[in-house]
Design a protein around this ligand. Structure first.
Ligand code: F6P
Ligand code: MG
Length: 294
């Protein structure tokens, strides 16, 4: 990766880190629904809209950013020349009411949007937990930071997914899972070394997997084969972070990074990320099945 690309990616990471205390400080007064829906038909919280506007203003202002797109706005914003940035401003915002984990997810693409997984030059997320942390993936390495007053302080250099999986979290309604995925889930659950830990915000659940080893899935459903999570804002960036940390990703049949994009900036994708052994097992079990979503 050349120096200019690296510098721009770091500037985008720094800008997101800098905005994060403001996003966090804006939460207590914005725990109500905004009255509007996002382009995926979900009820927006006032905090979703606030975080999106803030990040659009800050990231859109950077010299190295050409496009800004987010889960919360219908169209891609052309903001200049440079990389395209996709944002899930407040991932897991339904956790705001019960005061549970949430995060901000960012993907940086060297191509116009919608882009492909191969176009990613960096991805990161901020996790609003008891403390704010940030996981940044660029140039083949993932680093974890504590975000203090908007400044990143390195806590773990070269984060590596633990070899031995120990936690799992599977999203959605169990009766709507395909039988083959249910069989996989049963197998994972029956492994005495595996424990269910699920919080309802993708980024919190993925961060647990990155910390302890294991698997997070938001799978395909019998009434929604494309799943729930969005490819450009969630699927590609999370797959990039997990694969850079030595893990694997899948949409059920292939790495999420190889999923072919469509023209729809809000397209969805089934998401499975975690230890390679579990992702391989998952893919083989979905393969064998007659009702495989593939
Ligand atoms: O961004 C979508 C999201 O909020 C994810 O963070 C999370 O994994 C999922 O939706 C939870 O949705 P539900 O509560 O509908 O299962
Ligand atoms: Mg989200």
């Amino acid at each position: 990766m050349d120096g200019k690309t690296r510098a721009t990616v770091e500037e985008i990471f720094e800008t997101v880190a800098e905005a994060s205390p403001e996003i966090r400080a804006g939460l207590p007064s914005r725990r109500l629904k905004s009255g509007s829906e996002n382009p995926s038909g979900e009820k927006q919280m006032a905090a979703d809209v606030f975080a999106d506007d803030l990040l659009q203003a800050r990231l859109g202002n950077l010299d190295g950013v050409g496009q800004y797109a987010s889960e919360e706005r219908a169209e891609v914003d052309d903001v200049g020349e440079g990389f395209s940035v996709t944002v899930d401003p407040l991932d897991g915002s339904s956790n705001l009411k019960p005061n549970n984990t949430m995060g901000t997810v960012v993907g940086i693409y060297d191509a116009p949007l919608p882009a492909t997984g191969e176009d990613l030059v960096g991805a990161a997320y901020v996790l609003f937990g008891p403390v704010s942390t940030m996981m940044c993936a660029v140039d083949g390495q993932v680093d974890e930071y504590l975000v203090d007053n908007g400044v990143r302080n390195l806590v773990t250099e070269d984060v590596a997914l633990p070899d031995e999986p120990s936690v799992y979290g599977f999203g959605g309604r169990v009766p709507e899972w395909f039988d083959d995925f249910s069989a996989f889930a049963d197998e994972v659950a029956s492994d005495p070394s595996m424990k269910l830990r699920y919080g309802g915000a993708m980024i919190g659940d993925v961060n647990q997997v990155l910390t302890y080893g294991g698997i997070f899935s938001y799978p395909a459903f019998t009434n929604a084969r494309e799943g729930k999570l969005r490819l450009q804002y969630e699927g590609y960036p999370v797959a990039y972070i997990m694969e850079t940390a030595g893990g694997a990703s899948s949409d059920g049949t292939q790495s999420i990074l190889d999923v072919v994009k469509t023209d729809d900036i809000h397209a969805r994708v089934p998401v499975h990320v975690g230890n390679e052994s579990l992702i391989e097992k998952l893919e083989s079990m979905l393969d064998e099945s007659v009702d495989s979503p593939a």
